[in-house]
Design a protein around this ligand. Structure first.
Ligand code: ZN
Length: 143
């Protein structure tokens, strides 16, 4: 049922996976590396490459952690407690990348600019949504 004067609420099933982008200055790289190791030890996730220069819509050095919907209630609160002062963008992956990053994202720490010219409004089909790649971490430590 549509909400009065608005569009119908969107379904949770639209979310295929999540990303956490962990940003750092050159002087914060050691802390970012420590956080990266802690994540890899604790969460079933895909920890992406280091990007020491801005890439895509991201205007500061960062690395990406891709994680499944099921990890959200463990991983995101853990990041709240352990991000060590770093800015973190957490966004869903749906068919609407621009809104995923700009409207429906959450920030831990200081929000940073996002270059929205790099983001398509809509992906052409459901199978183009960024699904979770195979995790490359194997947790060995309880969070
Ligand atoms: Zn992302």
């Amino acid at each position: 049922m549509p909400t009065p004067g608005g569009s119908p609420p969107r379904a949770l099933g639209e979310i295929a996976s999540y990303h956490a982008h962990i940003y750092f200055e050159a002087s914060e790289r050691d802390r970012a590396a420590r956080l990266r190791e802690l994540i890899a030890e604790r969460f079933l996730a895909r920890v992406g490459s280091w990007h020491d220069k801005p890439i895509g819509p991201h205007t500061k050095a960062m690395y990406q952690v891709a994680f499944a919907i099921e990890e959200f209630p463990r991983f995101v609160p853990w990041l709240m407690l352990n991000r060590d002062g770093l800015s973190v963008l957490i966004h869903p992956n749906t068919s609407w990348p621009k809104d995923d990053h700009l409207v429906h994202a959450l920030w831990l720490g200081t929000p940073l600019p996002i270059d929205d010219s790099m983001l398509p409004k809509e992906v052409p089909s459901r199978d183009k949504i960024e699904e979770l790649p195979p995790p490359n971490t194997a947790p060995t430590v309880r969070p």
